[in-house]
Design a binder for this molecule. Structure first.
Ligand SMILES: Cc1cc2nc3c(=O)[nH]c(=O)nc-3n(C[C@H](O)[C@H](O)[C@H](O)COP(=O)(O)OP(=O)(O)OC[C@H]3O[C@@H](n4cnc5c(N)ncnc54)[C@H](O)[C@@H]3O)c2cc1C
Length: 382
């Protein structure tokens, strides 16, 4: 088993870290406070290929394999301190662009992928509803046959990029009797479609530069051409999006954990109390040693899962295990980083409190930790 990176992968990692550190961090405290999503930074990321990492070049992407995508997103999470921007990019790429690439018709791919990869369009993935979160397929949004197409009514909530997005994958019940398997269909819908509107925008504790809101569909008529995948194939498409998101979104978290580790080491070396660096106190040093162990385990798990995503028929169990472990490691690493920084860690100027606020959502989005444990238990026959 060869764990080394290829020369291309090393170059990819180094160039993304350099780009992110130089281009994406300035003015972050203000953007976070004011909840600003930056289209300018979005375009800069597109210019270096982030929004189309795995997409074939003929549709405007970079054509990378799934492990190289993980390496790229890990580098982005390490170099970019704007967790909201990284999250918006990942939601766009993994839950919108990838399903369009893997399940879209050639016409859908030609229509949307160039804009989704060149930074001119922002993608969304809309499944959660006010009364159906973890119980995703208890959705109330309905699509009924009408005039050579479908009429969609319903409300989606907590949609990442909802307030600024241009095109959404919308899940709707097309056959309530079939339910989860065969009864849900995904539609690829342009925000300009009559009946499509952005509802409430939410204020959040973290990831504040990533806008999240409701999408409302009122008698929205869409043609058959908007069906993504096949009629009744929504659960398959959702599974694809979640496998990619659970593995590759947390790749960016691995990068964030490494940054938190370095921040903690630097502070523990320079902050003195009782006449010595606080890193000399075992209670502090052990927190940092544990962080290093969790980082290495998280990285190995993520790289293996990313490889399996591209090489095996099914990586859903890997996805749940990886999502669970890495997100919980991120929350622990960011909480420990605040603790190591003492009172300064609690203050905004040191920027570690923002990392903690950004981390908390990671055990909720893409399926909560409790749901990942349920999936893993089910795979084990429990
Ligand atoms: C920052 C952020 C971005 C998001 N982006 C998107 C997006 O782009 N698109 C989208 O569609 N959705 C998005 N979501 C929604 C997200 O997927 C849901 O919040 C998540 O699935 C949980 O659903 P819920 O909030 O309704 O909580 P609930 O399902 O109501 O859960 C509440 C609590 O009960 C627990 N629970 C529920 N059922 C069980 C069970 N069977 N066993 C054990 N525990 C259980 C949960 O784990 C949780 O702790 C986002 C959420 C966040 C926080």
């Amino acid at each position: 088993m060869d764990f080394s990176f290829t020369e291309e992968q090393k170059l990819l990692r180094d160039s993304i870290i350099k780009f992110a550190q130089c281009e994406l961090n300035e003015g972050l405290a203000d953007r976070d406070r004011e909840q600003v999503f930056s289209r300018d930074l979005w375009r800069k990321c597109a210019a270096i290929g982030i929004q189309g990492l795995p997409v074939p070049e003929e549709y405007g992407g970079s054509g990378l394999d799934s492990l190289s995508c993980a390496i790229a997103l890990e580098a982005l999470g390490y170099g970019c301190r704007d967790g909201g921007l990284v999250f918006s990019l990942c939601a766009h790429l993994l839950a919108c662009v990838v399903p369009v690439w893997l399940h879209g018709t050639d016409a859908q791919k030609r229509c949307y992928l160039p804009g989704l990869t060149d930074g001119s369009l922002v993608g969304m993935h809309a499944i959660t509803e006010p009364d159906s979160g973890s119980d995703t397929f208890a959705m109330r949004t309905r699509a009924e046959r009408a005039d050579n197409g479908w009429r969609i009514n319903g409300t989606k909530t907590f949609v990442s990029n909802g307030p600024v997005g241009d095109v959404a994958i919308v899940f709707a019940m097309t056959d309530a009797k079939k339910g989860f398997h065969g009864g849900v269909t995904a539609f690829l819908v342009d925000k300009a479609t009559p009946g499509f509107s952005a509802g409430q925008k939410f204020e959040k504790m973290g990831l504040r530069t990533s806008p999240v809101g409701e999408l409302v569909f009122q008698d929205m008529h869409v043609s058959d051409d908007t069906v993504l995948g096949r009629v009744g194939g929504g659960s398959v498409l959702f599974a694809t999006a979640m496998d990619w998101e659970r593995i590759l979104l947390v790749a960016s978290h691995v990068g964030a954990i490494e940054r938190l580790l370095e921040t903690s080491i630097a502070y523990a070396r320079t902050r003195s109390q009782f006449g010595q660096a606080i890193g000399k106190f075992q209670a502090v040093a052990h927190k940092i040693a544990d962080m290093k162990v969790q980082l290495e385990a998280a990285r190995l798990l993520t790289h293996r899962s990313a490889w399996r995503l591209g090489n095996l028929r099914n990586a859903s169990l890997d996805a749940s295990i990886t999502k669970l472990f890495v997100s919980e490691s991120l929350v622990k690493a960011s909480l420990d980083t605040v603790q190591i920084h003492g009172g300064y860690g609690f203050m905004i100027d040191y920027e570690v409190e923002r990392a903690l606020r950004d981390a908390v959502g990671s055990t909720i989005y893409s399926g909560t930790s409790e749901m990942q444990r349920n999936f893993i238990a089910r795979w084990l026959g429990l």
